[in-house]
Design a protein around this ligand. Structure first.
Ligand SMILES: NC(=O)c1ccc[n+]([C@@H]2O[C@H](COP(=O)([O-])OP(=O)(O)OC[C@H]3O[C@@H](n4cnc5c(N)ncnc54)[C@H](O)[C@@H]3O)[C@@H](O)[C@H]2O)c1
Length: 265
């Protein structure tokens, strides 16, 4: 607990997807812990409340940026530079989802998903890793999902992007471990945010059919995540269901397949 309280104090933290359900919870809790935040999202409206924040932490700036394209991400990175030469911590949290069998999802939609969930976070890391290495410190936090460790039928591109960000993170953790750079991945289970109402195509997954008690609260997911990041945990499973599913996929991969198939309507 003491470590969590001090880990974020005075740290410059770049947070993408800061307007969203998990992002705004990250922002609130990190500010209370003394973080100095650069908040970014394609939608800025809900970030305005942070501009008047006066507490332990600081909002260094807000950035309206679309990381769904190469050009948008380049503009976004130039904007980040106006606030800091290189953040102490990067939280790649922005993300989208889609529900539908892969063949029913239009090509431009799943390509956009891959940009936002995987390629742009990689670009952001690629841009700052040399400076982090030169400085000898940095913490990169990439938000994956339970779909980054088990398949989510009805969400093949999402599964690919979240497995991809996990694999990428595991590789750069090893590459940069001697440079004082730490890399964490976070794998939440379904959590009550706007992403659960993502666009749908053809046959799809309806999360409203789920036992509602299994759906996590953003506050609890982020509280546990923030503590685990401060403890330099590489593989973070916030909430009980993500831990149970991780154990199940290790012990009984066949059973996990049956569970996943049951998700498709
Ligand atoms: N909620 C869940 O069930 C759940 C579970 C596992 C993982 N996650 C992951 O958590 C992260 C946060 O998701 P959330 O649940 O808060 O969803 P959310 O929809 O509430 O928030 C996502 C945020 O990303 C932003 N965003 C989307 N496209 C963008 C773009 N092109 N450029 C910049 N920002 C963009 C959105 O504006 C939004 O504010 C995502 O990476 C998501 O995949 C969520």
């Amino acid at each position: 607990m003491l470590r969590t309280m001090h880990y974020y104090e005075g740290k410059t933290i770049l947070l993408t997807g800061a307007s969203g359900g998990l992002g705004s919870e990250f922002a609130t809790q990190l500010l209370d812990l003394g973080g100095e935040l650069i908040l970014a999202d394609v939608k800025l409206e809900s970030l305005s409340r942070f501009k008047t924040y006066s507490g332990k932490g600081k909002v260094l700036g807000t950035i309206a940026g679309d990381i769904g394209t190469k050009e948008g991400t380049e503009r976004f990175l130039a904007d980040v530079k106006k606030f800091t030469p290189c953040p102490d911590m990067i939280i790649n949290n922005a993300g989208i989802a889609q529900a539908g069998a892969f063949g029913d999802v239009p090509l431009d939609r799943w390509e956009k998903l891959m940009n936002i969930n995987l390629i742009s976070p990689m670009r952001i890391c690629h841009y700052f890793l040399p400076d982090m290495k030169a400085r000898g410190s940095g913490h990169i936090v990439n938000i994956s999902s339970v779909a980054g460790i088990v398949p989510l039928p009805g969400g093949a591109p999402y599964t690919a992007s979240k497995h991809g960000i996990k694999g990428f993170s595991d590789a750069i953790r090893e590459e940069y471990h001697k440079s004082g750079i730490f890399v964490s991945t976070v794998h939440p289970f379904f959590t009550r945010t706007a992403i659960l109402q993502s666009e749908r195509f053809g046959v799809n997954v309806d999360v409203s059919d789920y036992p509602q008690f299994l759906i996590e609260s953003p506050e609890n997911v982020i509280k546990e995540t923030i503590k685990a990041i401060a403890n330099k945990t590489d593989f973070i499973l916030p909430g009980p269901t993500s831990k149970v599913l991780d154990l199940a996929r290790r012990l009984t991969p066949g059973l996990m397949g049956l569970f996943s198939r049951g998700l498709l309507n």
